[in-house]
Design a binder for this molecule. Structure first.
Ligand code: KIV
Length: 276
């Protein structure tokens, strides 16, 4: 049975019916096809692209051009999932940039929605994008684009004051009309409170089991990116060593003259060969 096309409405119904929402990232066509075939509800072209695909130390160098190119590839591989484009660093720091760049995700890359990071400081950007009819997903807690301000990849909301600020921000994002909120690296108890207090679905990453859904960076959970593995990541498969094994076998067979074998080569009729 083919999975239905996921919509913002169907995600909200999942929250109401207490059905968990699944979300994963993808950055290219083949992975998008696999994630979509697995029936995952939301595919995020995350700016984690910068770290797990482009090899940067943070998400900050990722540009709109990077995001549009990769999102277009993911769009070609996505049929059923809701496709969300992640607005990169500084792409929504003015009203004009926010609206122009959100439109690019929708018009040039075929997204269903965009995501942006931050609470109070990003409300104006979220509101102006929403007012133009583009659905917005919020992102609170550990927001990697503010990594310098946050002092590193650290759990957020560990004090009552910090937790209250995240709870307040989640309500503000809901009030301006965000259709969902990612909660990254916040204590499970805080994510549980937010999930109970907002009507829109919460999607957790390092935020415990009580969120309405879960998201992971696909390259982390399939073991393709192992420069470091955050505590909240579960590696369901370890692809990197399997790929390495294949690459080493290829190298050896080429060096030993065993590859290509007859079945990988093409022939020409003897009479044609003789004419040369
Ligand atoms: O960029 C990303 O992949 C993200 C997810 C971790 C939510 O923002």
């Amino acid at each position: 049975m083919k999975p239905e096309k996921i919509t913002i409405r169907s995600l909200q119904e999942k929250k109401i019916n207490k059905k968990k929402i699944t979300m994963l990232t993808a950055y290219d066509y083949p992975m998008a096809r696999l994630v979509d075939d697995a029936g995952i509800d939301i595919i995020l072209v995350g700016d984690s692209l910068g770290m797990v695909v482009l090899g940067y130390d943070s998400t900050l160098p990722v540009t709109m051009e990077d995001m549009i190119r990769h999102t277009q590839a993911v769009r070609r591989g996505t049929k059923h999932a809701l496709l969300v484009g992640d607005m990169p660093y500084k792409s929504y720091d003015t009203k004009e940039a926010a609206i122009a760049n959100a439109k690019r995700f929708m018009e040039e890359a075929g997204c269903d929605a965009v995501k942006l990071e931050g609470g109070t400081e990003s409300l104006e950007a979220a509101e102006i994008i929403l007012n133009s009819g583009i659905p917005v997903m919020g992102h609170l807690g550990l927001t990697p684009q503010s990594i310098e301000k946050l002092g590193g990849f650290k759990v957020q909301g560990k004090t009552a004051e910090a937790a209250k600020a995240i709870i307040e921000d989640s309500k503000k994002l809901e009030k301006v009309g965000c259709f969902s909120i990612v909660l990254e690296c916040v204590p499970s108890a805080i994510a549980k409170i937010i999930t109970a207090e907002v009507k829109v679905p919460t999607i957790g990453i390092g935020a415990g089991v009580d969120c309405d859904g879960q998201v992971l960076v696909t390259n982390d959970m399939v073991g393709l990116f192992d420069r470091f593995v955050p505590k909240f990541v579960k590696q369901y498969i370890k692809l990197a060593p399997q790929i390495l094994e294949g690459l080493l076998a290829y190298k050896k067979e080429v060096e030993d003259g065993k590859f290509p074998a007859e079945e990988h080569a093409f022939t020409i009729k003897q009479e044609e060969l003789k004419k040369i």
